[in-house]
Design a protein around this ligand. Structure first.
Ligand SMILES: Nc1ncnc2c1ncn2[C@@H]1O[C@H](COP(=O)(O)OP(=O)(O)O)[C@@H](O)[C@H]1O
Ligand SMILES: [Mg+2]
Length: 342
C-alpha cells in the first residue's frame, strides 16, 4: 500500500443503517390458515449504524458471522440497496443515487453467484463487458493480457462457464470484475467453497492488484486465513454493528500475548481474590474463563495458587487464534468488545 495515498479517504460510511421488514409467519396448520388473513411484520436491523473511512489502496477484511450484515453493507456500497438511514460515499459518489456512475469506479465479485453468462465462454462475457464499459480497444487488450496472465486463464477462456470448476470460474469472475480497471474492488465471500489451491490463486491475485494497481479492496469472508494472508486492517461486524475496527496485527498481538484458563471448581464459584492478575471474562455455574497476560506472573505460579487456595476440579489452557478471538467477540458482546477496542 502506498502510505501517502492511504491518507486519502475513498470510502466514507457514516452511521449507515438498513432495515428489512419481514413477515412473521405463524406455525402449524392453524397458523398457515391465519397467515392468510393477518401477518405481523417484524423489522430486521441488518446494518445498524456503522461508521468507517477507508483510504486509497487499503485492503480491509470485513468479517462477521452469518447474518451479521456483511452482504447488506456491500450491497449499499455498490448501489444495489438504498440505506434506511445514514450516508455512504464511494469515490465521491453516492452509490444508490448514481449506480451506473459508481459501477465505473468499482469491481464487484459475489462468491455465491457469477456475473458471467452461464452458457458462453468467459471470453464472450469479457467482450460484452468491454462494450458495456465502452473500453477503448487498446486499453482493453492490454488489461485483458495482464489479467489473463495473472490469473492463468488462457486455457479457460473458450470453455462455456458452466463447464468450469468453481475455482476456475472464480478466476474468470475476478478478471471480469477488473476488466474496466476499477480503483475499488468489493468481494463478498470470494473463496467460499474453494479448495486450497484455488484459494491460493485468488489470494495471490488480490495481493497482486492491491500492490501493483493500488486497488482499494474490501473483502468479506468467513475464512480467517484469507484475512491473515491479505488484510492489514479488519472490521468485525456483529449483529449490524462494528465490534472491532483496527489492525489485524494488533488484534492478533493483543490476544496472542494472552491465554485463556478454563477452570472448573468443585462445588461453588469463588471470587479469586488471591489472583488479581487474572481477568474474569466469563463465569457460569462452577466454571470461570480467565484471561491471563503472558507478560505477568508465571503460569506455573498461577496454577499452583489456584490449586492451593481454591477447590479446582479441572483446568485447561486455551491459546487463542484470530478466529477464536473473533468468535469470542461475537459470543460475549460488550465484554470482549471493550478489551479489543481500547
Ligand atoms: N432482502 C432481505 N429481506 C429480509 N431480510 C434480509 C434481506 N437481506 C438480508 N436480510 C437479513 O439481514 C441480516 C443481515 O444479512 P446479510 O447482510 O446477508 O448478512 P451476512 O452477509 O453477514 O451473512 C440477516 O438477518 C438477514 O436475514
Ligand atoms: Mg453474506
Amino acid at each position: 500500500m502506498n502510505a501517502k495515498q492511504a491518507d486519502k479517504t475513498v470510502i466514507k460510511v457514516d452511521n449507515l443503517r438498513r432495515e428489512f421488514k419481514v413477515a412473521e409467519a405463524k406455525e402449524g396448520i392453524l397458523g398457515s390458515f391465519l397467515n392468510l388473513f393477518s401477518r405481523k411484520e417484524r423489522i430486521v436491523k441488518a446494518v445498524d449504524g456503522i461508521t468507517f473511512d477507508i483510504g486509497i489502496g487499503e485492503f480491509v477484511g470485513y468479517v462477521g458471522e452469518n447474518g451479521a450484515g456483511k452482504s447488506t453493507t456491500i450491497k449499499m456500497l455498490t448501489g444495489i440497496l438504498t440505506p434506511t438511514n445514514g450516508s455512504v460515499e464511494v469515490a465521491g459518489i453516492i452509490p444508490y443515487e448514481n449506480r451506473i456512475e459508481n459501477a465505473f469506479n468499482i469491481g464487484v465479485v459475489f462468491g455465491q453467484r457469477t456475473q458471467l453468462w452461464w452458457d458462453l465462454p468467459a471470453r464472450d462475457s469479457f467482450d460484452l463487458l468491454r462494450a458495456i464499459y465502452r473500453l477503448p480497444q487498446e486499453r482493453y487488450e492490454r488489461n485483458f493480457r495482464e489479467l489473463t496472465e495473472a490469473l492463468d486463464l488462457s486455457k479457460l477462456l473458450t470453455v462455456p462457464v458452466r463447464k468450469l470448476s468453481l475455482g476456475q470460474r472464480m478466476r474468470c469472475d475476478l478478471a471480469a470484475s477488473m476488466l474496466h480497471n476499477p480503483k475499488i474492488l468489493f468481494l463478498d465471500e470470494p473463496t467460499i467453497g474453494l479448495d486450497l489451491i484455488a484459494k491460493d490463486a485468488v489470494r495471490k491475485f488480490l495481493k497482486f492488484i492491491n500492490h501493483t494497481r493500488d486497488v482499494t479492496i474490501i473483502l468479506t469472508t468467513h475464512d480467517m486465513e484469507d484475512i491473515e494472508a491479505l488484510c492489514e486492517r479488519i472490521i468485525i461486524i456483529d449483529e449490524g454493528t462494528i465490534a472491532y475496527d483496527g489492525s489485524t496485527e494488533k488484534l492478533k498481538q493483543d490476544h496472542i500475548h494472552t491465554k485463556i484458563l478454563e477452570v472448573e471448581f468443585h462445588d461453588y464459584n469463588p471470587e479469586l481474590e488471591n489472583l488479581p492478575m487474572l481477568e474474569v471474562i466469563k463465569s457460569e455455574a462452577n466454571k470461570k474463563w480467565l484471561r491471563y497476560n503472558l507478560d505477568g506472573t508465571s503460569m506455573h505460579d498461577i496454577i499452583s495458587t489456584l490449586f492451593r487456595d481454591y477447590c479446582v476440579k479441572d483446568l485447561s489452557i486455551h491459546e487463542p487464534k484470530v478466529s477464536d478471538v473473533i468468535k469470542a467477540i461475537y459470543k460475549n458482546g460488550g465484554m470482549e468488545r471493550a478489551s479489543v477496542n481500547d
